[in-house]
Design a protein around this ligand. Structure first.
Ligand code: HPA
Length: 262
């Protein structure tokens, strides 16, 4: 399939971040995996950036139904080489309160029903996950948070569950025992699919609630309130991080398929 040179950098996130882009055009891309979310392409500080709302433009697609394959493949077709993801998460680590910013360094995949790879047949492919998130994108995000005077937890382990329900108290205890700091429903297989496409990928998470059992009740109104509160800071951060990226990639992601296929 032909790769278009539409944008080299993309943001995958919740709806509402599209107004970060100036004069955006909406692009619908067909992929062998079905139709992705509409993708907006526009300018952020003179850099062309694509924005893909993971749950669709009206947040109608639940986490377990997101077409992660179509979304990542569509970004690949647009020429995207680097992805900044944003994710809402619950805090498992008691030091992470609602509103905290987190940049995961690693993940544990507890999804059950999602296909986790682009490589279902030959060539048999095993991508290296010793650095699960792109070190260059992480660095850009960490520096940007420091520059704007925000605290960030930058060595968190993210657990990704199938959802759409929240965890039970016993599940939360298990995830804590396993060393996970935050739990969300959207981080995977997105991160793995990006690596399989040799796309750099890191995530900026915000804690929208403390996990089940650590606070009284999980409510959607709290989740959306914290999301609204953090939106401004996340936009400032992404803008700063994107403009600070080095031009050329010198991380492992750009050659993830080298020596990974039989
Ligand atoms: N659990 C799973 N996913 C989440 C949570 C949670 O507590 N909060 C936001 N996404």
């Amino acid at each position: 399939m032909r790769i278009l040179s539409k944008a080299k950098v993309a943001i995958i996130g919740g709806s509402g971040l599209e107004d970060l882009l100036k004069e955006a055009e909406t692009i619908r891309v067909g992929t062998p995996y079905g139709l992705p979310s509409p993708i907006y392409v526009g300018e952020i500080d003179e850099e062309t950036v694509a924005f893909l709302p993971r749950h669709g433009p009206r947040h109608a697609v639940p986490p377990h139904q997101v077409n992660y394959h179509a979304n990542i493949f569509a970004l690949h077709l647009l020429g995207v080489e680097r992805v900044f993801a944003t994710n809402a998460v619950g805090g498992l680590n008691k030091r992470l309160k609602p509103g905290a910013l987190v940049i995961p360094i690693d993940f544990v995949d507890f999804t059950k029903l999602r296909k986790g790879t682009f490589y279902d047949s030959s060539p048999v492919t095993h991508v290296d996950m010793s650095k699960p998130y792109c070190l260059e994108i992480r660095e850009a995000l960490i520096t940007a948070t420091k520059d704007i005077g925000e605290n960030v937890w930058d060595d968190a382990v993210l657990a990704c569950t199938e959802g759409p329900r929240y965890e039970t108290p016993a599940e939360v205890k298990m995830l804590q025992c396993l060393g996970c700091d935050v739990v969300g429903m959207t981080g995977l297989p997105e991160a793995v699919l990006a690596r399989e496409m040799e796309i750099c990928y890191a995530s900026l998470c915000y804690v929208s609630n403390m996990a089940v059992g650590l606070q009284e009740q999980q409510t959607i109104s709290e989740l959306t309130r914290i999301g609204e509160e953090k939106k401004l800071i996340i936009r400032r951060l992404l803008r700063k991080a994107i403009s600070s990226l080095p031009n050329a990639r010198s991380c492992v992601c750009s050659h993830a398929l080298e020596d990974a296929q039989l």
